[in-house]
Design a protein around this ligand. Structure first.
Ligand code: DQA
Length: 146
């Protein structure tokens, strides 16, 4: 029997606070709500979702490498503020062959200038931003089609 395809969904700092964190920007859904919806859709496509969150940059690097070692089908990553600072995440994405989709709930380009630069986006296959929790679902749709 063929192995089940795995899609890693990685979430960076402060995303564990979704639901109560600046809801006027990020909405009221929690990360668990989003994980549940993704698992539902992926399950119907017989795809396994590996859903993780960390406030620590190194864990995100480890999980990108793990996704590669596991032969994951794709990675969807919302790197939070590390988007705008992390050369380590940039290098980690460049160093693996798994396609990586960068996502954001908000549209960083409509926000403060320090959010306009994305080290992750410079290495990712593509970016989806500005659709709230739907950014995750759109990325899943794209990942399933890859
Ligand atoms: C974010 C956008 C980032 O600029 C911010 O630091 C976040 C969330 C988003 O999903 O809109 O933590 O990645």
């Amino acid at each position: 029997m063929a192995d089940t395809r795995k899609i890693y969904v990685l979430n960076g700092p402060n995303l564990n606070m979704l639901g109560t964190r600046e809801p006027e920007i990020y909405g009221y859904d929690t990360l668990d709500d989003i994980a549940e919806r993704m698992e539902d859709v992926a399950g119907r496509a017989h795809v396994e979702i590996v859903f993780r969150q960390s406030n620590h940059e190194g864990y995100l690097v480890d999980w990108l490498q793990e996704a590669h070692a596991e032969g994951a089908h794709a990675v969807i990553i919302n790197p939070g503020a590390y988007t705008h600072t992390s050369i380590a995440l940039h290098d980690a994405i460049k160093g693996i062959t798994v396609p990586v989709i960068e996502i954001h709930l908000s549209n960083p380009h409509k926000r403060e200038p320090f959010r306009h630069k994305s080290y992750v986006g410079m290495a990712a296959k593509g970016t989806i931003a500005g659709f709230g929790p739907m950014s995750y679902m759109l990325a899943l749709e794209a990942a399933l089609e890859l």
